[in-house]
Design a protein around this ligand. Structure first.
Ligand code: HT7
Ligand code: ZN
Length: 874
């Protein structure tokens, strides 16, 4: 396989100033006529265009047809030697959309009879549509003409401003679109078919009238209002927060059920996986409402961080993705509860990115090489990338960061930029050298931050020593020290934050400080301290590191009770829960950490002033996947058993009666309303019911059955079903069947039905999943369906997937091969479930190794899947 390296980057020899595309659309066959205004940028190299799976019908240069021998077409490249400095290059190709199951390039969503055509070009899909220098540093203006049968394709859309439409003979019609903003080919998009729309007029802060349209198939168009509202909020927020306005006269958003990822920021024509666009109380959970808002915002924000300023090459992917995740996180924090958003994001980082960074798939936020770029749309590039932007933003403060972003957008508008460009702009705008942060982008692995505090009563000093160390990762044996901002406070034992004065400071200032550890070890001496304080470190999760601090359980309990910040409170609870887990793992039923954790939570449970959603989060210890880190021998059954034991201890400590009373109170206030209070109640109600189920299963079953029947919306309905299926499987059979019938034809609801069952733990999980494969609605060619059943089982059901006999590994291998034949990107994503096999206990490790090695040795798999397996098997 070919490896692409960052160090080999060369600017393009030829660029394309303007491209005119004419599509004659058909489901079985589409013809694309492309006219490229080519300009030599450097050197005397031939023109090289990418093109894959294209049937070349015509090729001409400056109106002269080329014949065989005048060009070379091999290995996905079309090479033409041209002497001139510029030329007009024309190609005509034919494509077969209905046969495109990889969902990259032009493909059919839905059925032949009623589905519609659409494109997905990031990262390298445009080369499946026409011959083109398909790389993000070639920026071109696009004119796109679509022609199609009017009956079959009444709606014709492309990115850019509308520039005419009309009739053609034989019941056909046409529409033209001109995009005045030069863009990279990966941002190109067209959509054609029978779609409905909802529309809204919007005026930008700088006075542009914009028509907003959200498009979907007729049966789901009434579920698009929340997406439209979210879009308007996003546009207003970007104007307010970053001074960024939208820049075309129309903005389209389209929902499809057939999509490889979450959504795509094509210029002027965002395309969404329906899962992240449609929302209504009857079929969407509260979490899904938040996801819709976040993904709509994310794609919209890309219009500046991604489209107006794009990436020079795919190694710079985090330049747009890390930054846009950060922008979305800030937006969501502003729209909802900031601490809860931070909790959710940090939990995701720990669940998805930390394991990636600790295993064979680890890579820097800016990778230095790849063989398949689609495999680098990872939690590291996205979520860790966002944490790096957050550190930079924290270093500059709100106003400084805004100054830096203004300079970045000004300087690089209309360009393909690098991560250096970004960091330089932030620094230049503030007269600060931020270049030391570049090391974060090039170094893989999660740094360990060790903290050690010593109190000196004679000197009235508290001396804090911070050390950092990053373990070796795949291909990066040695590591350097990184700048680690550590936001901290000191609390006395009554939970009061102490004024802080470092040894060289004249007087105390405030109760919170950020120190930046940029060497292997540093000491910080705090003055005027009267008694050993409890340090609250890494507040707000100020750096993406693992904190190792020998806290006593009572110390953490103090923070959990008193820290005024919701995030830090939760964090103290998570640290304490980790120690409580250790107690359970080592069978210390009265271990001090377990007692401190359950005691503090029982107290908080009784505190009526605490926010319901925060309490629900506090009552949730780290999941089985995170807890893996606390286990030398990784045995998912034992991890689950220990975690269940700590939950049982918590339920007993809170007590059956308070749990029942609380559940009943929350139930009494149940409604379908979507406001934050109602959502928080539903979330807490679910936690309370699950805790109650551990100590009074019959009562919890009664509650869950009634909750299922009376649920006003999906959140309560699905939660009840999941509780029932875990606590009383026999009694869940009828409701599960009922849910299946109720949502027949609702793809997104059925996905949740599959996913809920795929997560049920235990030895019989594989048999359950195999039975579900027999459901008539299960199909391998729909990515959402594969993810909901196969992906959920492999990634989110540790005890089910990691069966000691290896049966689930073999089953997954078979499914991967089958999916790979249809959709390599999806197969590769699901295959990352094998990531942690090396650190399993010996029996499982052997079983997994045999399967992974056999798969990795196959020669008939896609580049996507081969790449993942090759790295995982190492
Ligand atoms: N920028 C988008 C990436 C994306 C993608 C990448 C590879 C294959 C299919 C894809 N669909 C969308 C998503 C985002 O906004 O981050
Ligand atoms: Zn993105």
């Amino acid at each position: 396989t070919t490896v692409i390296r960052l160090d080999d980057y060369r600017p393009p020899a030829w660029t394309v100033e303007h491209v005119a595309l004419v599509f004659d659309l058909g489901i079985d066959r589409t013809e694309v006529d492309a006219t490229l205004q080519m300009v030599r940028a450097a050197g005397d190299e031939p023109i090289r265009l990418n093109g894959e799976g294209l049937e070349l019908l015509e090729l001409s240069v400056d109106d002269r047809r080329l014949v065989e021998g005048e060009y070379i077409l091999a290995n996905g490249l079309l090479e033409i030697a041209v002497d001139a400095e510029h030329c007009t290059l024309r190609t005509k190709v034919a494509l077969r959309p209905a046969e495109n199951t990889a969902l990259e390039g032009l493909y059919l969503s839905g059925s032949r009879e009623s589905g519609f055509l659409l494109t997905q070009c990031e990262a390298e899909g445009f080369r499946h549509i026409t011959f083109f220098p398909d790389r993000p540093d070639v920026l071109s203006r696009y004119t796109v003409t679509l022609r199609a049968d009017r009956q079959r394709f009444p709606v014709l859309l492309a990115g850019g401003n509308p520039d005419g439409s009309g009739e053609l003979p034989d019941g056909r019609h046409w529409a033209r679109f001109v995009d005045p903003h030069p863009k990279a080919s990966y941002l190109f998009a067209v959509v054609a078919g029978r779609l409905e729309r909802i529309s809204r007029d919007y005026t930008t802060a700088d006075g542009r009238a914009v028509a907003l349209h959200v498009w979907a198939e007729a049966d789901v168009i009434d579920r698009c209002d929340y997406a439209m509202d979210s879009l308007v909020r996003s546009m207003q927020w970007d104007e307010r927060t970053y001074g960024r306005n939208y820049d075309l006269d129309v903005f389209h958003v389209v929902a499809t059920h057939d999509f490889n990822m979450g959504a795509m920021e094509n210029k002027g024509l965002n395309i969404f996986n329906a899962k992240y666009l449609l929302a209504d109380p009857d079929s969407s959970t509260d979490d899904e409402y938040r996801h819709v808002e976040a993904v709509v915002a994310h794609e919209y924000f890309h219009n500046w961080s991604g489209n107006r300023v794009t990436c020079r090459d795919w190694f710079q992917l985090s330049l747009k993705e890390g930054l846009t995740v950060f922008r979305e996180q800030s937006f969501s924090a502003d729209m909802n509860s900031a601490p809860l958003k931070r909790i959710e994001d940090v939990a995701l980082l720990r669940r998805a990115q930390f394991p990636e960074d600790a295993g064979p798939l680890s890579h820097p936020v800016r990778p230095s090489q790849y063989s398949e770029i689609n495999n680098f749309y990872t939690a590291t590039v996205y979520e860790k990338g966002s944490e790096l932007v957050r550190m930079l933003a924290g270093r500059l403060g709100t106003e400084g960061f805004r100054r830096g972003m203004d300079l970045y957008f000004d300087r690089h508008d209309g360009q393909a930029a690098t991560i250096e460009d970004f960091i330089e702009a932030l620094g230049d705008a503030n007269d600060i050298d931020l270049s030391s942060y570049l090391a974060w982008y090039g170094q893989a692995g999660t740094p360990r931050l060790t903290a050690e505090g010593r109190f000196d009563p004679a000197q009235r000093q508290y001396r804090l020593t911070l050390r950092q160390r990053t373990p070796a990762t795949a291909g990066q044996p040695t590591k350097q020290a990184l700048p680690i901002p550590v936001r901290l406070s000191l609390f006395d034992r009554s939970g009061r934050a102490l004024p802080l004065r470092l040894e060289d400071e004249a007087r105390a200032e405030g109760t919170e400080r950020t120190v930046v550890l940029d060497t292997a070890e540093q000491h910080y001496v705090f003055e005027d301290i009267d008694a050993a304080p409890v340090p609250s470190l890494l507040r707000g999760f100020s750096a993406p590191v693992i904190l190792e601090c020998d806290y006593q359980p009572e110390d953490l309990a103090i923070l959990l009770r008193h820290d005024p910040d919701g995030f830090n409170r939760w964090e103290a609870g998570q640290q304490l829960a980790g120690l409580a887990y250790d107690d359970c793992r080592d069978a210390r039923a009265d271990g001090p950490a377990l007692l401190a954790w359950t005691g503090a939570l029982a107290e908080l449970f009784a505190d009526a002033s605490l926010d319901d959603a925060l309490l629900a989060e506090l009552l949730t210890p780290p999941g089985e996947i995170e807890l893996v880190e606390r286990q030398a021998e990784r045995d998912p059954d034992r991890i689950r058993a220990a975690r269940q034991a700590m939950l049982l201890a918590l339920a007993l400590r809170v007590g059956a009666a308070p749990l029942r009373v609380r559940y009943e109170a929350l139930r009494a206030s149940t409604s379908a309303a979507m406001d934050a209070t109602s959502q928080a109640r539903r979330q807490l109600k679910r936690r309370v019911l699950d805790l109650l189920a551990l100590i009074d299963a019959p009562l919890a079953t009664t509650f869950a059955l009634a909750q299922y029947e009376q649920a006003p919306g999906m959140t309560d309905r699905l939660a009840a079903l999941a509780t029932l299926a875990t606590v009383a499987p026999e009694q869940a059979i009828a409701p599960i069947a009922h849910f299946r019938r109720r949502y027949e034809g609702n793809a997104l609801a059925l996905d949740k039905w599959f996913a809920m069952q795929a997560q049920l733990p235990g030895a019989d999980a594989l048999a359950r999943v195999q039975a579900l494969e027999g459901d008539p609605s299960f199909m391998l060619k729909n990515p959402n369906r594969v993810q909901s059943l196969v992906g959920t089982f492999a990634r989110s059901n540790p005890t089910g997937f990691h069966r000691a006999d290896g049966a689930a590994y073999r089953w997954l291998a078979d499914r991967l091969v089958a999916v790979d034949g249809l959709n390599p990107q999806v197969a590769a994503r699901v295959a990352t479930a094998f990531n942690g096999w090396k650190r399993l206990e010996p029996t499982r490790r052997e079983a997994a190794h045999a399967v992974v090695a056999e798969l990795a040795a196959r020669k008939d798999l896609s580049r996507d899947l081969t790449d993942i397996l090759g790295r995982v098997a190492l």
